[in-house]
Design a protein around this ligand. Structure first.
Ligand SMILES: CC(C)(COP(=O)(O)OP(=O)(O)OC[C@H]1O[C@@H](n2cnc3c(N)ncnc32)[C@H](O)[C@@H]1OP(=O)(O)O)[C@@H](O)C(=O)NCCC(=O)NCCS
Length: 225
């Protein structure tokens, strides 16, 4: 089972940071970046403490695997975070590694320029056949990035090494550098969202609202199985 927590509008979340977080927040050059990071970090701490880890939110210890993927110290919990502008997505899994990506689908981005750099030739053909649209670009991109984050490398490795295939409306598979991932995609407001889970696990995804959890009201909706 994978729990997917999403907010696509700015939330009024009381800051909840460790002393190490405060140092990281101070290092941001722009206030807007500092505020967004503080908000997303506080959301992660509050949700993990409320639902998954028996620790006060400020006391959850985060460390990172060699590739940079964060984990909770002293816990086997698998989680991953993504933020883009005002949106935050947090995936928590008991079905193996998980990766999540949320992207604001900026209508002004010249995606055609990016495709040469990031798409495998098969993806390029698929993208062209599908009308070469912004929407399809972001679906492909989010699926690749979610898989790269599930593997824990991010795009320190070449994005072309994460190859999507077998697309249907809201799913595809992504062949990574280590294994095959199943990507589940949703589009919400101006954001494209994707969760990657091991293809062999066939995990169900439950979708929750961050806003409702922080207001202490529980929302539950099964989006995929
Ligand atoms: C991991 C990576 C993909 C994150 O990308 P991003 O779009 O900046 O950010 P997201 O909001 O989706 O994810 C950030 C979160 O992912 C998590 N994360 C960081 N490194 C990670 C890794 N190696 N694997 C999985 N998750 C990781 C962190 O929780 C981070 O949140 P934090 O900074 O608040 O702690 C980034 O490190 C990366 O490799 N960027 C490459 C830059 C790029 O776009 N290159 C394009 C080449 S053409």
């Amino acid at each position: 089972m994978v729990d997917l927590w999403v907010a696509t509008a700015p939330l009024d979340v009381a800051p909840c940071l460790s002393s190490a977080d405060v140092q990281r927040a101070i290092a941001f050059v722009y206030d807007v970046d500092r505020e967004r990071w503080t908000r997303s970090r506080s959301i992660v701490r509050r949700i993990l403490a409320a639902r998954y880890v028996s620790t006060c939110p400020e006391q959850i210890g985060f460390a990172a695997h060699p590739g940079g993927k964060p984990y909770v110290e002293g816990s086997t919990l698998e989680f991953n975070l993504s933020h883009s502008r005002d949106a935050v997505a947090l995936a928590v899994s008991d079905s193996g590694p998980v990766g999540v990506d949320i992207e604001w689908s900026n209508p002004e981005t010249d995606v055609t320029e990016l495709t040469d750099t990031v798409f495998h030739p098969d993806e390029m053909r698929f993208w062209r056949r599908s009308g070469a649209s912004h929407a399809i670009f972001y679906r492909l991109w989010c699926a690749k990035e979610a898989a790269a984050k599930a593997e824990g490398t991010g795009f320190v490795v070449d994005p072309k090494l994460f190859v999507t295939s077998r697309w249907d409306h809201d799913h595809c598979f992504v062949r990574g550098t280590r294994q095959l991932w199943r990507a589940t995609i949703a589009v919400e407001n101006e954001y494209t969202l994707c969760v990657a889970t091991p293809a062999c696990a066939d995990a169900a995804i439950r979708r929750f609202s961050i806003a409702e959890q922080l207001g202490c009201v529980r929302e539950f909706r099964e989006v995929a199985s």
